[in-house]
Every structure is written in C-alpha cells, then in structure tokens.
Design a protein around this ligand. Structure first.
Ligand code: IPM
Ligand code: MG
Length: 372
C-alpha cells in the first residue's frame, strides 16, 4: 500500500516521540512491502516562532493532501503563564481539527496486565479494563463564541451543539459498541445543561436503531468517580468535547502513565493520529519522554487502513517492551537508563525480528549485555 503521511511533530517532546513512531512505520513499510512517504509540517509554538502562525497555510495544505496525519504534541510553558497572549500554540491543533472536520476522537483505555502495579489504583479494580472513549472533537465549548468584556472583568465561552454534530459521532460510537461488549454510556450533565439535554434526547432517539446495544446515561461528575471506582463497567463512552478531554486524562491513571495513551481523530475525509499527552516541555530532549503513545497512535493509523497484521505486530512490540521493562522512567523501576530512542529502537527491532529470543533482542539493539 502507498500512503502519504503528514508528520506534525509540534512542540516539547513531540519531535522526539514522533521520531520513534516514524521509525516504527518505516520498519513496517520495509517488512510488509508498503511505500510510506512522510511530509513534515510546522504546528504550535514552533510554528509561531518560525512563521508567526500556529497553523501555517503550508501545514494545512500538506495535511489536506495526505492520506493520514501523525501529530506529536503542542504547547509551551511561556504561553501557559500568559493568559493575555493573542496567539496560542493550541490554536494550531484546534484549528487543524476544525479545518479538517476531525469530529470523532477515539481514545482506547486498556489496562495492560504487565503494568497493573504501576497504577495508583488497586489491581483488582482495574484488571481487564478496556474502554473506548468517543470524544466529540470539533464543537462544544472549545469552539463556541468567546467573549471578554472591554474592562477585562467578564468572560464567557458558549457551549453549543447541533443535532447533526451529535448524531454523526453517536452513530460511530453505537457501531463501535456493537463490535465490542455492546454497551454504550453517554456521559453528560443533562440535569443542568441544555446542550447536554440535546445530547441525551438525540442518543435516546437513536437507541432503537441499535437494539443489541445496552445504553446507559451518566452525569459527568458521577462518571468521573465511577471511572476510578469501577472502570470495568464501561465499554464505549460517548461524550462531548471538554468532558472527553478531562475523562480521558483521568483514565490514564488506570493505565499507569499518560505516556501510553493514543488516539485517532477521524472525519469524513481526513484522519489524524495523536497521543493524548501534551508537550511536557520540561522533559524536552532529555530522552525521558515515553514514545509508546505515539507508537500506538501509529498502530491506530495502520488499523485505519485495514493493515491489521501490521498494527498487531506493532502492538506485540509494545507489549514485549513493557514485559521486558524496555520502558522510559515514567514506568521503569527496574532499569534507569532506557531512553525514548531506545524504546523506539527496541520496537523497530521487534518488527524486523519478531521471532528472536528475548535475550537477543535486548542485547543486540540496546547494547546492554547485562540487562536481563
Ligand atoms: C488533548 C489536549 C488538547 C485538547 C489541547 C492541547 C488543546 O489536551 O488533545 O487532549 O484540549 O483537546
Ligand atoms: Mg487533553
């Protein structure tokens, strides 16, 4: 298969983790005889510094021409501390999601057997958790009208949804539930918010079209608690933009590190694959950033094109790296010198030689003969 992939490394740790995902995709292309080409674009703070805009026209054009986009991370501390900044790095990512109409953000939350003890939650509570969050990504409070009064003392952000915006992602979430454990939980705040009542009305109306799916309705405050107390009750969670942002980050506690969480942002004509973590500026270029979220985002890219064997091999490589403790310090209590690049090298190596023994793997590529 020929794929033209736009790569937007972005800010902070974005470039170093994205480089590992690209390395892994190149190994997949080589082993499975695909032709993947990579075209790089600027976005975020690094784009502001070079071009004045967080989303240069050239980046939009690279993405529009691409079959898929691999995104890194966005954000910079100097902007976080300046609420008066007129231009912000995040506008790059939000602008791209909106321009390409990437309305469905899919975030898998899987508790890995080998990492159960990395979570601050109890093992038996989280074991076998497997949730798919469908987060609406191009509307709601993120994109509604924003106002600041002339004297700077009053501000508002409108949360607006249309029936059509809810229906299109709800159908995707129902279909995903049909292919899984057939349970869908709509998370909203329908006891208070009019926009949430529209979500609830629309999903209630769609329910009869999916009779084999059990549909539940839960308020966001309750869901935030249930996700920690009993995450296994969830199969597919459907929710609006901001609730999805918060819930998915909370869910990273179940998995053990936010550095493991990948996502796919899908629209009718475009598809982007992005880790859910941010730029983690203070870790930049220290070799400590976990590249697995980016590598698993690349696996979701492969899924999107039906490259099942390829995606599965990448996931096996990730599993093996976790099993053998070839992980960055956020997860590693056994070895203290496994860098971002080494994790990428290991998974790249696995793709080329999946049948080698554990011992050889570790020794050959990491150059650490005593590691096991
Ligand atoms: C995410 C991030 C973004 C969001 C930020 C960087 C704008 O937190 O993808 O979860 O809020 O959507
Ligand atoms: Mg977030």
């Amino acid at each position: 298969m020929k794929l033209n992939i736009a790569v937007l490394p972005g800010d902070g740790i974005g470039p170093e983790v994205t480089a590992q995902a690209v390395k892994v995709l190149k190994a997949v292309a080589m082993e499975f005889n695909h032709v993947f080409t990579f075209n790089y674009g600027l976005i975020g703070a690094s784009a502001i510094e070079k071009s004045g805009s967080p989303l240069p026209e050239e980046t939009i054009s690279i993405c529009e021409k691409a079959d898929a986009i691999l995104f890194g991370a966005i954000g910079k501390t100097s902007y976080d501390l300046d609420p008066n900044a007129k231009v912000r790095p995040e506008q790059g990512l939000l602008g791209l999601r909106k321009t390409l109409d990437l309305y469905a953000n899919i975030r898998p939350i899987i508790a890995y057997e080998d990492l159960l003890n990395k979570s601050s939650l109890k093992k038996n509570q989280i074991k076998d958790t497997n949730i798919l969050i469908y987060r609406e990504l191009t509307s709601g409070i993120y994109f509604g009208e924003k106002k600041l009064s002339a004297d700077g003392n009053k501000a508002s952000d409108i949360c607006e949804y249309t029936r059509e915006e809810i229906e299109r992602i709800a159908h995707l979430a129902f279909k995903a539930a049909q292919a899984r454990k057939r349970k869908l939980t709509l998370v909203d705040k329908a006891n208070v918010l009019e926009s949430s009542r529209l979500w609830r009305r629309v999903v209630l109306e769609l329910e009869p079209q999916y009779p084999n799916v059990k549909t539940d309705y839960m308020y966001i405050d309750n869901a935030a608690m249930e996700l920690i107390i009993n995450p296994k009750q969830f199969d597919v969670i459907l929710t609006e933009n901001m609730f999805g942002d918060i819930l998915s980050e909370e869910a990273s506690v179940i998995v053990g590190s936010i550095g493991l969480l990948a996502s796919a942002s899908l629209g009718k004509d475009h598809a982007m694959f992005e880790p859910i973590h941010g730029a983690y500026t203070k870790a930049t270029n220290k070799g400590i950033a976990n590249p697995i979220a980016s590598i698993l985002s690349a696996a979701m890219l492969l899924d999107h094109f039906g490259l099942d064997d390829e995606a599965s091999l990448v996931r096996q490589g990730v599993d093996k790296s976790l099993k053998l403790h070839i992980t960055t310090p956020d997860l590693n209590t056994k070895y203290d010198n496994i860098s971002t690049t080494k994790v990428g090298d290991f998974i790249e190596d696995f793709i080329h030689n999946p049948d080698e023994t554990n011992l050889n793997f570790t020794n050959i590529h990491l150059g650490q003969s005593t590691i096991i």
